[in-house]
Design a protein around this ligand. Structure first.
Ligand code: SF4
Length: 383
C-alpha cells in the first residue's frame, strides 16, 4: 500500500469515527438508501440518447450495446443504429449483412445477430410488440437475466433488479461481500442482495441509478467515496476497505495465437470468406488463413491454410504487414501476405461463403476490427 492510499484510508477512518459521519447500515435502512440514491441520480445523471426515450425498442437496443462496452463508445453506434433501423419492424426486415455492417467495430457480434433474430421473432410471432412480460422477453435470442431485468424495469417499470459487473462491484463494497464476483456460484448471492436493495416503486430508475453509481463514482479503481451519495450506507467505506473489493477469482493468463492470412489477387479482385454465423465474429468477412503451427514459417502457413480453407493454389507470396488484436479471452498476432491466384476452384472448408471482391468494395462488407487495422493501407496501396 503506498503512502497516498494509507493517508486516504486514515482520513476516511477519522471521518468515520467522527460524529459528522452518521453510519446507516444498509440492512436496516433500505428505503433511506433508495431515496438518497435516486435523489442523487435525478440531479447528476449523465445525458445519454437512450435516457431521452421511453420506447422499449430503443431501450432494448441500448442495453444490448452497453453489454461489455463503454458508454462513450456506444453513443455513436446507438445513434447510427437507430437512424438506420428506427423500429423493430425495420430491424427485422433488414438483411443480417446490413445489421452487421452498422455494428462493425462494436465487437461481440453475437449481440447483433441475436438482436436481429429476436426482432424477427417479435415481428413474426409477437405482433411486432416488445413483450411486456419478463418470461416472454427472457426467452428471446440473446436475452439473459441482466438484459431482461434492465429492459423490463426501464421500459415498463417491472420490479426486476439488474445485476451486471458494475452493480456487483457496488454491492460487494456496500455489503463487504467476499465471494468473488467472477465466480459463477456468486450470481445467486448478488442477485439476492440486488433484489433487497431494489426500489419497488421505481425499479427502472433505481437500476439506472445503480449502474450510474458504479460507472461514475464507485469505479473499479479509486472509487470517490468522499463524494459518494450513499457512503453513509457503505460497509467498505466505513472500514476503509473499498479498494479491497470486489474479490476476484484468479484467472489464467490470456493466450496469444500467431496467425497467417492471405490476400489472394485474381485480376483486380481479392477473395473474401464469410465466417459461419455462430461463434466468434460470426457472419463477418475476412481473408482466408489460420494458425501457424510450431516449426512452420508464416508464409508456409498462409499457403497451407489457403489450400485447406478455400482449395486454391497461390503463387508470388509477399509479406504485407503484421497486426495485433486483443479479444476477451485471447490475443492474436497476424502476419498478412499478398499473393496471386494460380489454380483451383473455390471449395469451402470452414467458411459459409466466399466472394471475389474489388479492393475498393471491401469497405461495403462487415469486417473484423483486426482486418480494419490494415484495410486502409491495402486500399491506399491500390490507388
Ligand atoms: Fe462505492 Fe465508496 Fe460509495 Fe461505498 S462509499 S458505494 S465504496 S463509492
Amino acid at each position: 500500500m503506498n503512502r497516498t492510499t494509507t493517508n486516504a484510508a486514515v482520513y476516511i477512518r477519522e471521518i468515520c469515527d467522527s460524529d459528522t459521519m452518521h453510519k446507516k447500515p444498509l440492512r436496516k435502512h433500505y428505503q433511506d438508501f433508495r431515496d438518497t440514491l435516486l435523489a442523487w441520480f435525478k440531479d447528476y445523471q449523465r445525458d445519454m440518447p437512450w435516457r431521452r426515450t421511453s420506447e422499449p425498442y430503443r431501450i432494448w437496443v441500448s442495453e444490448v450495446m452497453l453489454q461489455q462496452t463503454q458508454v462513450k463508445k456506444v453513443v455513436g453506434y446507438y445513434e447510427r443504429f437507430i437512424a438506420r433501423f428506427p423500429d423493430v419492424e425495420q430491424l427485422a426486415r433488414a438483411p443480417l449483412q446490413d445489421v452487421l455492417k452498422v455494428w462493425e467495430g462494436l465487437g461481440y457480434y453475437a449481440r447483433a445477430r441475436n438482436l436481429h433474430k429476436a426482432a424477427q421473432v417479435i415481428v413474426n410471432e409477437l405482433d411486432g410488440k416488445i413483450p411486456r412480460d419478463y418470461a416472454t422477453f427472457r426467452k428471446l435470442p440473446g436475452i439473459g437475466d441482466y438484459s431482461a431485468a434492465a429492459v423490463q424495469s426501464i421500459a415498463f417499470d417491472a420490479p426486476y433488479a439488474a445485476v451486471d459487473g458494475n452493480i456487483k462491484r457496488v454491492l460487494a463494497r456496500l455489503f463487504l461481500i467476499e465471494t468473488p464476483i467472477n465466480d459463477a456460484k456468486s450470481a445467486k448471492l448478488f442477485q439476492q442482495k440486488a433484489d433487497e436493495c431494489l426500489d419497488p416503486n421505481a425499479p427502472g430508475f433505481f437500476n439506472q441509478a445503480m449502474m450510474e453509481l458504479g460507472a461514475t463514482v464507485c469505479r473499479p479503481q479509486s472509487p470517490t467515496c468522499l463524494v459518494c451519495p450513499v457512503n453513509s450506507f457503505c460497509e467498505a467505506f466505513h472500514t476503509a476497505r473499498q479498494n479491497e473489493f470486489p474479490y476476484r477469482r484468479e484467472t489464467k493468463p490470456v493466450p496469444e495465437h500467431h496467425l497467417a492470412v492471405g490476400i489472394i489477387y485474381r485480376g483486380n479482385e481479392v477473395l473474401l470468406t464469410q465466417r459461419q454465423l455462430d461463434g466468434l465474429l460470426g457472419g463477418l468477412w475476412e481473408f482466408p488463413g489460420g494458425e501457424i503451427t510450431e516449426g512452420e514459417t508464416a508464409e508456409v502457413a498462409c499457403v497451407r491454410h489457403i489450400a485447406d480453407v478455400v482449395n486454391l493454389f497461390v503463387t508470388d507470396v509477399r509479406y504485407f504487414t503484421r497486426v495485433r488484436h486483443a479479444y476477451t479471452h485471447f490475443k492474436v498476432v497476424v502476419d498478412v501476405f499478398q499473393c496471386d491466384y494460380q489454380a483451383g476452384e473455390v471449395v469451402l472448408k470452414g467458411p459459409r461463403d466466399a466472394k471475389w471482391v474489388e479492393i475498393v468494395a471491401l469497405r461495403d462488407y462487415p469486417l473484423p476490427r483486426v482486418t480494419h487495422k490494415f484495410l486502409e493501407k491495402l486500399v491506399e496501396g491500390e490507388r
